[in-house]
Design a protein around this ligand. Structure first.
Ligand code: NAD
Ligand code: DAU
Length: 362
């Protein structure tokens, strides 16, 4: 049994789906169901007894303590977070509360549980904290990619709050011996990505005939990894990572934003041609830049490749094609997210009965 937090979000849901596709080890999924949590992502697990969904806050120590005592997981994987940089600029408070205070609550509950475990289970237990390359700040064009020892220089309220959570996780290992693993991953893309982030926003806006808003000059560089490859890396770190260690995850796949947008448009031109045979790229609109916009991220993935033998399965060409195809094949998912109907999905699925701390096989 493993306990996952934030498993109704983009990466967490992909992780839960992949986990249960590859093993019968059950998952307890603790998610607060913020705007970013969407149980429709997990609809294929309806009536699957291996998945136990719990609506609640990872910072609720009593709730987490109860779940740990009841289910006795061998590992906790922490995906839960506020994750969108632009939202953190407009309203940082939720980011401080969730990413810092929430992680603290989770750590306290996990530490208390772990300290009381019997020796065998205690030695095998792991807390894996999922973090981001943004904690390292911004690179110049000629700078070497981020290694695990790169100085922390977070620039947005989001990345600062994630950096704080990483430091707390590190401190609980150093001070209390809690067997933690931290992963810092580059930008993910793939199915179930909420359309506030660059790639899904470009797909849904293009299809809706809306402008494709490119911040600033569009030359900012991100390092893209298909979400399923992030999930396989997390499974590998959980299996073989050394407690107390940090692993950077990435696929050596740096691209300027404007190239990403043109790639998405070209795929849509091929897979869903416009009636007038024009290109979706005509919808590109340069808009005001993000304040404090980091210029370049790049992950040096040598450590996880060398020490744990992990490699991504997808290239950017195969991953982005799968991603665009997924959005074209799932118009209902997109429509429900855009209309807000996905939030009512929980009520439809559970008859309005799903309250805080309630547990259901989802
Ligand atoms: P997301 O915003 O799609 O999902 C976050 C999930 O956490 C949601 O289901 C939400 O309901 C849940 N949540 C929020 N606050 C919670 C709380 N207090 N208790 C329980 N659940 C809560 O995020 P994502 O893109 O899937 O990112 C998952 C993790 O991976 C985050 O920690 C993020 O920082 C990290 N990360 C993301 C990327 C990326 O490109 N998306 C890259 C590297 C690392
Ligand atoms: O690097 C990992 C991080 O990647 C994660 O930790 C974050 O949770 C995740 O949201 C992502 O952060 P970014 O800020 O890099 O992702 P986003 O999709 O918001 O933006 C990607 C780039 O595209 C960034 O340079 C800003 C730009 N952008 C974004 C949007 C939403 C635009 O040009 N236009 C847009 O409309």
């Amino acid at each position: 049994m493993i306990l996952v937090t934030g498993g109704a979000g983009f990466i967490g849901a992909n992780f839960v789906l992949d986990w249960l596709a590859q093993s019968d080890e059950p998952v307890v999924n603790l998610d607060k169901l913020t705007y970013a949590g969407n149980l429709e992502n997990l609809a294929s697990l309806a009536d699957d007894a291996r998945h136990v969904f719990v609506k609640g806050d990872m910072g609720d120590k009593a709730l987490v303590a109860g779940l740990l005592a009841t289910h006795q997981p061998r590992a906790v994987i922490n995906f839960a977070a506020e994750s969108h940089v632009d939202r953190s600029i407009h309203g940082p408070e939720d980011f401080i509360q969730t990413n810092i205070v929430g992680t603290f609550g989770l750590l306290e509950a996990v530490k208390a549980h772990w300290m009381a475990m019997e020796n065998g289970a205690k030695a095998a237990f792991r807390l894996l904290h999922v973090s981001t390359d943004e904690v390292y700040g911004s690179l110049g064009l000629g700078d070497a990619a981020f290694t695990e020892t790169h100085r922390y220089e977070p620039n947005s309220p989001y990345s600062a709050s994630k950096a704080a959570s990483d430091h707390l996780v590190r401190a609980y290992h150093h001070t209390y011996g809690l067997p933690v693993l931290t992963t810092n991953c580059s930008n993910n893309y793939g199915p179930c990505h909420f359309p506030e982030k660059l790639i899904p926003l470009m797909i849904v806006n293009a299809l809706a005939g809306k402008p494709l808003p490119v911040y600033g000059d569009g030359q900012q560089i991100r390092d893209w990894l298909y979400v399923k490859d992030h999930c396989s890396a997390i499974r590998r770190v959980l299996d073989a990572g050394k407690p107390g260690e940090v692993y950077n995850i990435g696929g050596w796949n740096e691209k300027p934003n404007i190239d990403i947008v043109h790639t998405v448009c070209a795929l849509l031109d091929e897979l869903r041609p416009k009636a007038d045979a024009g290109s979706y790229s005509a919808q590109i609109a340069y808009v005001t830049d993000r304040p404090g916009h980091d210029r370049r991220y790049a992950i040096d993935a040598s450590k996880i490749e060398r020490d744990l033998g992990w490699k991504p399965a997808e290239t950017f060409d195969t991953g982005i094609r799968k991603t665009v195809a997924w959005y074209l094949a799932n118009p209902d998912w997109v429509a429900n997210v855009q209309s807000g109907a996905y939030r009512a999905w929980t009520t439809r699925q559970y008859g309005g009965a799903l309250g805080s701390q309630q547990e259901v096989a989802a």
